[in-house]
Structure formats: C-alpha cells, structure tokens
Design a binder for this molecule. Structure first.
Ligand code: UDX
Ligand code: UDX
Ligand code: ADP
Length: 494
C-alpha cells in the first residue's frame, strides 16, 4: 500500500455522503475529496446555488470548499482510479420485493458500488463501508472485490458507520460523540484503520476514535439506532398511560431523565419516530435475528416498531374522534411534513401516516412546511403505499408557503414537525380566521397549551390526561424502573 491518504472518493452524494465529505474537505485542506453519484441531476444540484438537501451550516461549507478541494462529479471511473480511499455511502433501502420484502436491507446499490470499484481500480484501495448496512455486509463487499482481483491491486475493506443525525449533521460531524472504525484483524487491516484514523485526527481527538473488529462496528450502528428508537417507543408507551390515568408525560419524562443512568436527551414523546434509519435498521435487525434463528430477540425488537405504528394511529384517530367522529369534507391544516425539524427530508415521516389516515376519511388538507419541496409532498402522498387513487389526492391537498394562509378557514391545525417557527406564530390571528370550534393537535408538544386554551382553541396533545388527580409522580417511579430494566434487556439481546 502507498502512503498517507491524499485523495478520497465518495460514492453516493446523498444525506450521508454530501455532508460527511464537505466536512472532511473543510477539515483536511491537503486532501482532495470527490463525491460521485450515478444521478447527474444530484451532482448538478450539488454544483449549483441550491443544494439538493437542506442542512443548517452546510451551504457555507460547500461554498467555501467547492472546486478548491471538494468536487462533485459524475465521472465515477476517474475518481475511483485516482483515490487512495473510497467511501461507499449509497442508499440502502428496505427491500420492496423478493425474499425479505419489507424487512431486509436491499444491498443492490452497495453491491453495484463494490463491482464498480473492482472494475475501475488500477491501484490499491481502502474501501470504507459507510452506509447503514446489515451486519456482514463488509464481508460481501470484500468477496466481490476479491473475486474480481487484478494483479497489483489490493483492497482493504473497513467499516466506519455514520452516526450523524439530520438537522444537526454538520455539528455532529465537526464534534462527533465517537468515530467507530472496524477493521480486519490482520496487519493490512490495521494499516487501513490507521490511514482512516489519520484523516479524522485532523479535527477529532484520538480518544474518540474507537478501534473494533468489523462485525462489532457493523452491529454497533444497528444497535445504537435500535436503542434510540427503543427510547422513543418507551416514552411513547408511557404517554399512552398518561392519557389514560391523568398524568402528564412532560413531567414524567423530566422525572425519568434526571436519573443520570437514563439521561435527559431523546425522551420527547411524539406522534412517532420517522426518518430513513430507525425503521429500516429495526426491520433489518429483526430480519437478521430471524435468519440467525433467534426468534425471541426478533420479537423483542419488533415491538419497538409496533409501538411506533400504534402511536401514529392513536394520534390520527384522536384527531378524528375529537372532530366529532367525522372529518369528511372538513379542512385540516398540517403544520410540518418533514420527519423532524431543520431538514427537508420526509422519509418515513409520521406526517405521511397522519395525512393518509385523514385523506382516507375524506378530509381536505392544507399543508405547510418551511423546507419540504412541494413536489416531494405530492410524491409521498401519491405513492402506491399511500393511495390507490393519485388523481383524487391532488383534489384533496393544497400545499401552502405561508402558515397563516394554510390555516385560514380550516377546522383544525395538526402539528407534525417541531419547527421552531411554529412556536412563535400569532395564534390569536390564526384563531380568528379559523372555523369554530377551532382545534389544535400538537403532535410534538411544542406549543404553550394554556395560552392557546385562553385564546379559545380546543387543544389536544400527546401524553396528557384530563383527570383531576395528577398521577405523574406515581407513574414516574414505575417508568424509571421500566426504562432501566428495558436497557438491560436491550443490551442482553445484543
Ligand atoms: C438517527 C440517529 O439519531 C443517528 O445517530 C443515525 O445516524 C441516523 O438515524 P435521524 O433519523 O437523522 O438520526 O434523526 P433523529 O434525531 O434520531 O430522529 C429520528 C426520529 O425520532 C424523528 O422523527 C424525531 O422526530 C423522532 N424523535 C427523536 C422523537 O420522537 N423523540 C425524541 O425524543 C427524539
Ligand atoms: C433498582 C433501581 O435501580 C432503583 O432506582 C429502584 O429504586 C429499585 O430498583 P436495584 O434493584 O436495587 O435498584 O438494583 P439495580 O442496580 O438497578 O440492579 C437491578 C438488577 O439489574 C440487578 O440484578 C443487576 O445485576 C442488573 N443489572 C444492572 C445488569 O444486569 N446490568 C446492568 O448494566 C445494570
Ligand atoms: P443516504 O441517506 O444513505 O445518504 P441517499 O438516498 O440520500 O441516502 O443517497 C444515496 C445516493 O447514492 C443517491 O444520490 C444515489 O443516486 C447514489 N447511488 C446509488 N447507487 C450508486 C452507485 N452505484 N454509484 C454512484 N452513486 C450511487
């Protein structure tokens, strides 16, 4: 193998590849970073004024580094040939057909990347698996690469999962909690580990770089996402009890989070989790357990997904029940369509589930999201999984670029995404323009419900019962022990 890494190629210019390589380029001026994609449209967007993804802080970095040491290109061949190190960060969707349909991860794009690397490489390469892929994918990549071996070309495959969270990706990349690098337990594997470490050491302290074997690294990524999703389903399950007994999930979450063994972050009860990772990774984990003949573990993790489906339906059903059991012909405003704030991404967004349920019952929707592309909303709501009558959907949805117009003359507002700007809207103004009684369903618990009630709104939220005796304190004690016990079962399952 040659000397230190001076040229990096990244296959896949998406939510992972784009931000990751932009930050590497910024922190490593001596490295030439080229991001390639099969989609010419994606690449031309990365080279334009309007980037294909919205991520706070990213525009500035791309503007600074682009065509300095950061390049976006469709010339995959050339970029692979000149690179010392290649990231694979292509999409890894859930299979839509065949064995494992709806559960297993579709590795077609990863496999194609490996074949492309094998085909074009004329010198030694370190190949870094970055996409979220099921455990043992590195092995498949290596098999493809070595089956296509050429004289004078050696490949080292290492696993380096990405833990960035959308909306705070730049922050996460600049200051990650940890960087995990899994390598083969050979001299060459160790060398490859050192090469990639050197790249990160340009801005990340050595103490944060974790050296593991390949399997541990791959499983860590799946397990981390499973633990996080589990926390949300756990707090959401407690929110159901709160509604039933007259406790308040915000109080309970605070009481739970102050236990340092549990911690305060990621305890926000909600309409349910979305995003490209949690569901996909849980499905993949469940599928892997079944394939390994570990049905108990599979069932254990499936419950996290089941609770999420339940939470999304509960919220949608509550809207319908509160609107006097019928939404046919009613106009409902949706504030937020992205799966979380500060992103334009709608993959697996709970808003899609809520919209589908309301549309199925004959409601008309006025949708406003500050960052989601209207075309994306149309695409999501006319997807075959969502509707078998796309023409009809177009008749029943209006996409707005202003929250006041979106709520004008409607019966209810449904908050699906926790965008900051929703907190400071003029709700008195909004109330005046709405039909009465005017309802607000806060699926993210971001608004001041007392103030809204004073204005005159009928307010409904997640995890707040309307009983006279507040049971939060009793429930908190039970919930803490439930969370702690769950954590131990989580790690034991791995
Ligand atoms: C996640 C992981 O956090 C990240 O480490 C991994 O690399 C990719 O998957 P992401 O999906 O981008 O990141 O966002 P995240 O902040 O984890 O939120 C996922 C979903 O959970 C969102 O729909 C969010 O609204 C929801 N959520 C999150 C809650 O409902 N409550 C919370 O307390 C936290
Ligand atoms: C628990 C709660 O921690 C405490 O807050 C509550 O008031 C009473 O219940 P306790 O049962 O005394 O306290 O001990 P704890 O340290 O929580 O351990 C419970 C069990 O979990 C033990 O069998 C322990 O060995 C096991 N455990 C704990 C693990 O297997 N792994 C761990 O990482 C931690
Ligand atoms: P993620 O969220 O994991 O980054 P995205 O879907 O945002 O996923 O991005 C993945 C990108 O990978 C897409 O832009 C897609 O066009 C690209 N891609 C998929 N397969 C290949 C391939 N074989 N070669 C180059 N790019 C690819």
């Amino acid at each position: 193998y040659g000397m230190a890494v001076t040229k990096i190629c990244c296959i896949g210019a998406g939510y992972v590849g784009g931000p990751t390589c932009s930050v590497i380029a910024m922190q490593c001026p001596h490295i030439k970073v080229t991001v390639v994609d099969i989609s010419a449209q994606r690449i031309s967007q990365w080279n334009s004024e309007k980037l294909p993804i919205y991520e706070p802080g990213l525009d500035d970095i791309v503007k600074k580094q682009r065509n300095v040491n950061l390049f976006f290109s469709t010339n995959i061949e050339e970029s692979i040939q000149e690179a010392d190190l290649i990231f694979i960060s292509v999409n890894t969707p859930t299979m839509t057909f065949g064995v494992g349909k709806g559960r297993a991860v579709d590795l077609t794009y990863v496999e194609n990347s490996a074949r492309t690397i094998a085909q074009f490489s004329t010198s030694d390469k370190i190949v870094v698996e970055k996409s979220t892929v099921p455990v043992r994918a590195a092995e498949s990549i290596l098999k493809i690469l070595s089956a296509n071996d050429k004289p004078n070309v050696k490949f080292q495959v290492i696993s380096n999962p990405e833990f960035l969270s959308e909306g705070v990706a730049v922050e996460n990349l600049l200051n990650p909690d940890r960087v995990i690098i899994g390598h083969e337990e050979t001299a060459d594997g160790l060398w490859a580990f050192k090469q990639l470490s050197k790249v990160y050491l340009n801005w990340i302290p050595e103490s944060k770089i974790l050296k593991t074997n390949i399997w541990s690294s791959e499983l860590t990524k799946l397990a981390a996402n499973a633990f996080l999703a589990d926390r949300i389903s756990s707090i959401n399950s407690i929110s159901v009890i709160c509604e039933a007994i007259g406790a308040d999930i915000s109080e309970v979450a605070k009481g739970i989070g102050l236990d340092s063994r549990i911690g305060r972050q990621f305890l926000q009860a909600s309409v349910g989790f979305g995003g490209s990772c949690f569901q996909k990774d849980l499905l993949s984990l469940v599928y892997i357990c079944e394939c390994l003949n570990l049905p108990r573990v599979a069932v254990y993790w499936q419950q996290v997904l089941d609770m999420n489906v339940y939470q999304k339906s509960r919220f949608s059903n509550k809207i319908i029940e509160s609107l006097f059991n019928t939404v046919t012909g009613k106009k409902i405003t949706m504030f937020g369509f992205a799966f979380k704030k500060d992103t334009g991404d709608t993959r697996e967004s709970p808003a899609i589930h809520v919209a589908k349920t309301l549309l199925d019952k004959g409601a008309k929707l006025n949708i406003y999201d500050p960052k989601v592309d209207p075309e994306q909303i149309k695409k999501d709501l006319t997807h075959p999984y969502v509707s078998d009558n796309p023409e009809n959907v177009f008749k029943f949805i209006e996409i707005h670029d202003n929250p006041y117009r979106a709520s004008h003359s409607t019966d209810a507002i449904v908050i699906c995404t926790e965008w900051d700007e929703f907190v400071n809207l003029d709700y008195e103004e909004i109330y005046k323009s709405m039909k009465k009684p005017a309802f607000i369903f806060d699926g993210r618990k971001i608004l001041n419900h007392e103030t809204l009630a004073t204005i005159g709104f009928q307010v409904h939220t997640i995890g707040k019962g309307h009983k006279t005796i507040n049971m939060s304190s009793e429930l908190t004690k039970l919930a803490i022990n439930a969370f702690l016990a769950r954590r131990i079962s989580n790690i034991n399952s791995m």
